[in-house]
Ligand binder design. Structure first.
Ligand SMILES: Nc1nc2c(ncn2[C@@H]2O[C@H](COP(=O)(O)OP(=O)(O)OP(=O)(O)O)[C@@H](O)[C@H]2O)c(=O)[nH]1
Ligand SMILES: O=C(O)[C@H](O)COP(=O)(O)O
Length: 231
């Protein structure tokens, strides 16, 4: 439910602004996923009616996650239904990475086609912002604290050396005020950028959120490739 989303932004956004941001980010992520030349179908996994309505309006298939408790249960519910409908290759994305481009989704699908498991790290917190894999050898979703390391271990359990795709657009999930400012600095042509500027977020930055510094978590060496940032 959009109104329950993005609680970590409560210090800088009102409840209504957080709900609008969540809905707007979903629009950007779905637009990118639907525009990816190699993606066949886009599904949104949710049990929230407002999210389901918005996803359907944006042309996505809606999969009811049966009230899943958290990302991992939701992804598992979604994968089960995608497989039943004949799905073969999937990219699992959160809805809070609005800088993502259609070509990024295609890159993940093509890499998963070749290598069977692709992991996109969230460099700021050791998390994971996307995984792609074949349903013949599905990767266990391990989202949560230190999920990047846990996804690497899950690929290892499959006997697969995953591709680590370090993509600055997908790697920026909007959880904190600093993430919002970093996102605005990308100056993307997204609905999320237009929305954040429409509520003068930059002004709030000047009123006391300046000077944010952020540690970068080293995701370690490996079978990696870098994708540049959006402009
Ligand atoms: N279907 C489903 N998706 C989820 C769930 N939890 C997280 N997600 C997805 O994962 C993304 C990233 O999760 P979070 O960063 O924790 O998003 P959030 O819960 O709105 O953020 P906070 O309230 O600040 O923790 C969300 O934008 C959703 O797309 C869930 O319980 N069910
Ligand atoms: O690794 C994860 O679970 C994702 O990056 C989401 O993490 P977050 O809840 O901190 O956004």
């Amino acid at each position: 439910m959009f109104l329950r989303a993005k609680q970590r932004l409560s210090s800088i956004l009102t409840a209504s602004e957080r709900a609008t941001l969540a809905r707007t980010m979903l629009t950007d992520v779905l637009e990118a996923a639907c525009s990816a030349p190699t993606s066949k179908k886009v599904a949104v996994v949710t049990s929230a009616d407002d999210v389901a309505r918005e996803a359907a309006r944006l042309g996505a298939v809606v999969i009811d996650d049966g009230g899943a408790n958290g990302t991992n249960e939701a992804i598992a519910a979604g994968l089960a239904k995608v497989e039943k409908r004949g799905g073969r290759l999937v990219v699992a994305l959160p809805s809070d990475v609005p800088a993502i481009l259609g070509e990024d989704v295609s890159t993940l699908l093509q890499a998963a086609e070749r290598n069977r498991v692709v992991i996109v790290p969230a460099p700021r917190d050791g998390g994971t912002n996307a995984v792609a894999f074949t349903l013949a050898r599905p990767l266990q979703p391990c989202f949560g604290p230190d999920s990047f390391a846990r996804h690497i271990a899950a690929a290892d359990r499959l006997g697969i050396a995953p591709i680590v795709c370090r993509n600055a657009r997908i790697g920026l999930d909007l959880d904190s005020p600093a993430d919002l400012f970093d996102f605005l600095d990308l100056s993307t042509s997204t609905a999320t950028d237009r929305y954040l500027r429409s509520i003068n977020l930059g002004e709030r930055r000047r009123c006391g959120f300046a000077g944010y510094s952020r540690p970068i978590v080293d995701v370690g060496a490996g079978n990696e490739f870098d994708v540049g940032c959006a402009k």
